[in-house]
Design a protein around this ligand. Structure first.
Ligand code: FAD
Length: 366
């Protein structure tokens, strides 16, 4: 028996976390409605790494046999000296089950969105939720509806998080990231982490001859209005002009980069009240240096839906937060530590940069 049989569930946000939650709740028998402020299901940025923990959720959602059509199976992660180009280590990923994968974000969103539609999920697109209550009401486009449960999967600037916790603005992490694509590249499915003092670049191939590039630089402050904007390729090239020729050549191929200030919140203290729960970046935004933000959102989505199927909602929501908070807190601390490792701030990385060959414990992803 599922406590979700015919329960009405609203999901605010149609990103990776929201769509995974919509599909999971629907698989457990709920009638699900997604409110997404954008006019279409879409994602900013190009590539995303889905690690085996996220892959397990995609499999549980019934998508395992469709993943090869939408992604590449990763072979390895390879940290490199960004100045000499020399590979420092190679972490083999071919034995991972399920496979570690490189997706184009649009492909992952498309896969989740079409599975939701096939499962009967209702979508309200162009529907910004202006208000939500902990007793299950959602107001969008001037219409208020009541649900048995509301899931706030509305990202870094979540209205749902603000209702459950202090209404604080996210803080700047001291890091900016350019994101872009290089076309016409044939490369092995390997993620390269190019490390240099105060900066790093992660590159990995996507389907159709694209190379995904994320270039991160430390900065004192974020002066631009808003969280991201189009930037001139020359600014990206100038920021990495002190790196080696191989990396500079790759960066020169990025012709339409966007620049992001990386902001976050602490892990939320309160993830639920009454009939409202939050997940993904709404609950625990992270620096992307462990490639776990979306993977953790996938885990949240499945854990929340499974708890609500197994238990009455007043027992399920505390169980959900208790089981998730310690794990996401550890992952976020590891991502922060990777900022130091990748930017050659840690002792081990400094030793590696000085010419030794081992980087044994650096985390095998970016
Ligand atoms: P979001 O993706 O932010 O989705 C929120 C959705 O809610 C959006 O569609 C938004 O339009 C909608 N919304 C917001 N407010 C409202 C409202 N009031 N009403 C209606 N709709 C609303 N993670 C990984 O796992 N692997 C990676 O390789 C990886 N690489 C990254 C690289 C970079 C440079 C960055 C910045 C992040 C990376 N991440 C990665 C992190 C990952 O992108 C995020 O953690 C993940 O997308 C969060 O998903 P989400 O669904 O919780 O939130």
């Amino acid at each position: 028996m599922s406590y979700l049989e015919n329960a009405s569930v609203a999901v605010i946000g149609g990103g990776i976390g929201g769509l995974a939650a919509a599909l999971a709740f629907s698989r457990f028998g709920a009638q699900v409605t997604v409110f997404e402020q954008a006019q279409a299901l879409t994602e900013v940025g190009a590539g995303i790494q889905i690690t085996p923990n996220g892959g397990r959720v995609l499999a549980a959602l019934g998508l395992a046999d469709r993943l090869d059509d939408h992604s590449l199976r990763a072979q390895a992660v390879q940290p490199r000296d960004g100045l000499s180009g020399r590979a420092i280590a190679r972490f083999d990923l071919t034995g991972q089950v399920p496979s570690y994968r490189f997706f184009h974000r649009a492909a992952l969103i498309g896969l989740l969105g079409s599975a939701c539609r096939a499962a009967g999920v209702t979508f309200h697109l162009g529907a910004r939720v202006g208000a939500v209550t902990t007793d299950g009401t959602v107001t969008a486009q001037g219409v208020t509806q009541r649900f048995d449960l509301v899931v706030g999967a509305d990202g870094l600037h979540s209205v749902a998080r603000g209702l459950l916790n202090d209404q604080r603005a996210p803080f700047f992490t001291g890091q900016v990231a350019w994101r872009g694509l290089v076309e016409g590249i044939t490369a092995d499915p390997v993620a390269q982490i190019w490390m240099a003092p105060g900066k790093h670049v992660v590159t990995y191939p996507l389907k159709d001859g694209l190379l995904n590039v994320v270039a991160v630089q430390e900065r004192d402050h974020w002066a631009a209005e808003g969280w991201h904007h189009e930037d001139a390729p020359e600014n990206l090239q100038a920021a990495f002009s002190d790196t080696g020729a191989e990396l500079r050549n790759l960066i020169a191929g990025v012709d339409a980069p966007r620049l992001w200030g990386l902001f976050r919140h602490p892990v939320a203290q309160h993830w639920y009240r009454d009939r409202l729960a939050i997940l993904g970046d709404a609950a625990h935004p992270t620096l992307p240096f462990l490639a776990q933000g979306a993977n953790l959102a996938l885990e949240d989505a499945w854990t929340l839906a499974a708890a609500c199927a197994a238990l009455p909602v007043n027992e399920a929501l505390p169980r959900y937060q208790a089981s998730r908070a310690p794990r996401v807190t550890r992952a976020i601390a590891a991502a922060n530590a990777n900022a130091r490792n990748y930017h050659l701030g840690g002792l081990r990385a400094r030793v590696a940069h000085a010419g030794l060959r081992t980087l044994g414990t650096i985390a095998p992803n970016a």
